[in-house]
Design a protein around this ligand. Structure first.
Ligand code: NAP
Length: 454
């Protein structure tokens, strides 16, 4: 795939970009390494000033930046603007808290003094996806820069203008040129960069195959990696739940970003006694969703980001139907220009079929009925993924069991799964490893140095 901005709502290619030449790539790698040698000594208070300035720019220019995102990957404008604001919030969070997170930690031992000191690793490569073009990058960049690392961004090939805008914002904020650079390159260049001695670690948010590919090359070169990969999050509803709140949240949780979110609720696991009522209300709310031009203020569902995603979703749904699934609403692309797919609900999905175990990265909800909590937990955990989970109950015993027994990086009770700069974020199983955000996130790319003095 070339590096280009193609409007997903129309299919029109608006701007194409040449990939960096090997020579230009070398200049950027060298600049990153040279910058690190000085940048690591810059006081944390100075970095906090720059990061706060980045937050201010994001807040002031939210409309312009939101439009850019919508143009490149099709998310409804309101959500794009909210994403810019959330990106500002992660900058503020680390500007305010990094000094505390990175302070020496004294530990009593037989030494006169022993403590832990957190030090930067060096140049970190970030390989990022298009679905949250600003948020994904800032949640890496804010802690990495505060910790004294420098960043290189290989963004998804369909969001080059977002990638360049992020680089520009960080430079305007005051960060040195080499502290954060965007590399306009294809995925085929990633392995060579990871292997380069100047790169000390890498993070990738994206699909499982991309994660495996990066982890393999990083493993060969013994480099630290954080992987934020796919998910097929369960959304469990038990009979004691507030049903209206659960159904309304179910729609938002599945439809966020037109269904293209790793932590979107994808498998709705509902207790048999309330399943009919839940289904009826869900179908009703789905049929009221406004699908259309993502630039319009009342649009709730925009196009999918690329024609390939549209094709994949359609194939997954058709295959599920072939294997016995019932279409309650939607079930096909919408007949108009752009990559639009109808909000879809499938029930009676065959256990063991691909639809049950694969991630569906679009506006398709899968409904499962279960007799009791044991079956709900079993169904939720019967997935290769383990990113997030949402569970709805007002019964404290059920709640404790869900919190303890769900296999996922996060469990949200009576709420949808969401990321928050204050809370660690990440998955287990095939959803990846390592954490972003919170105190844990800033500690992923540091040398946790033990100091022992007599
Ligand atoms: P993708 O194809 O894996 O692309 C993500 C990034 O990886 C892009 O920059 C892509 O570059 C690059 N890439 C692709 N193949 C690569 C390879 N073999 N080696 C190195 N880099 C490679 O992901 P996607 O399908 O666009 O994004 C959706 C996926 O991301 C979903 O599975 C979703 O669940 C996951 N995701 C996870 C999280 C999380 O936090 N866990 C958050 C958001 C999304 P090109 O664009 O140039 O191909």
């Amino acid at each position: 795939m070339g590096i280009a901005t193609t409007n997903p709502a129309t299919g029109e290619t608006l701007k194409t970009f040449d990939a960096l030449s090997d020579q230009d790539l070398e200049i950027k790698l060298d600049r990153a390494q040279q910058t690190f040698l000085e940048y690591r000594h810059i006081p944390i208070a100075q970095k906090a000033i720059w990061l706060t300035c980045a937050a201010e720019i994001l807040e002031q220019e939210r409309d312009r930046l939101g439009k850019l995102m919508t143009l490149e990957m099709g998310k409804p404008l309101k959500a794009a603007i909210a994403e810019v604001e959330k990106s500002a919030s992660v900058c503020r969070f680390y500007a305010d808290n990094a000094a505390d997170f990175l302070a020496d930690v004294p530990i009593m031992t037989d030494a006169t003094q022993s403590f832990v000191r957190y030090q930067p690793l060096g140049v970190i490569l970030a390989v990022m996806p298009w679905n949250f073009p600003f948020w994904q990058v800032f949640r890496f960049a804010a802690p990495a820069l505060m910790a004294g690392n420098v960043g290189l961004l290989k963004h998804a090939s369909n969001v080059p203008q977002s990638a360049l805008a992020i680089e520009e914002i960080l430079h305007r904020s005051g960060f040195p040129m080499g502290a954060f650079q965007t590399l306009l390159i294809g995925a085929d260049k990633v392995a060579g960069i990871v292997a380069d001695d100047r790169i000390k670690a890498a993070t990738l948010t994206g699909s499982e195959p991309a994660g495996i590919s990066l982890a393999t090359i990083a493993g060969q070169h013994l480099k630290k990696v954080v992987l934020e990969l796919g998910g097929s999050d369960p959304f469990i509803v038990m009979p004691s739940a507030d049903l209206e709140a659960a159904v309304s949240t179910a729609v938002t949780a599945r439809m966020i970003n037109s269904g293209q979110s790793c932590i979107a609720a994808k498998r709705f696991i509902v207790a048999e006694t309330i399943a009919d009522e839940f289904t009826q209300r869900l179908v009703q709310k789905y049929s009221a969703l406004k699908v259309g031009d993502p630039m319009l203020p009342d649009t709730e569902i925009g196009p999918l980001a690329t024609p390939n995603i549209l094709k994949d979703i359609d194939q997954q749904v058709q295959e599920a139907v072939k294997q016995g699934a019932k279409v309650l609403i939607g079930g096909q692309p919408i007949d108009r220009p752009g990559n639009f797919y109808a909000p879809t609900i499938l029930s009676e999905i065959a256990i063991g079929s691909p639809a049950e175990s694969e991630e569906i990265f679009g506006p398709v909800a899968l409904l499962f009925r279960v007799p009791d909590l044991d079956a709900a937990i079993h169904r939720a955990n019967d997935s290769p993924f383990g990113l997030g989970a949402s569970a709805w109950t007002t019964d404290p015993t059920e709640r404790d069991r869900l919190v303890n027994e769900i296999e996922a990086g996060s469990v949200f009770i009576n709420s949808m799964v969401k990321s928050d700069p204050r809370l660690p974020f990440g998955g287990i199983k095939r959803s990846g490893y390592g954490r972003e955000l919170g105190r844990e996130g800033i500690h992923e790319f540091v040398n946790i140095k033990t100091v022992w003095q007599k």
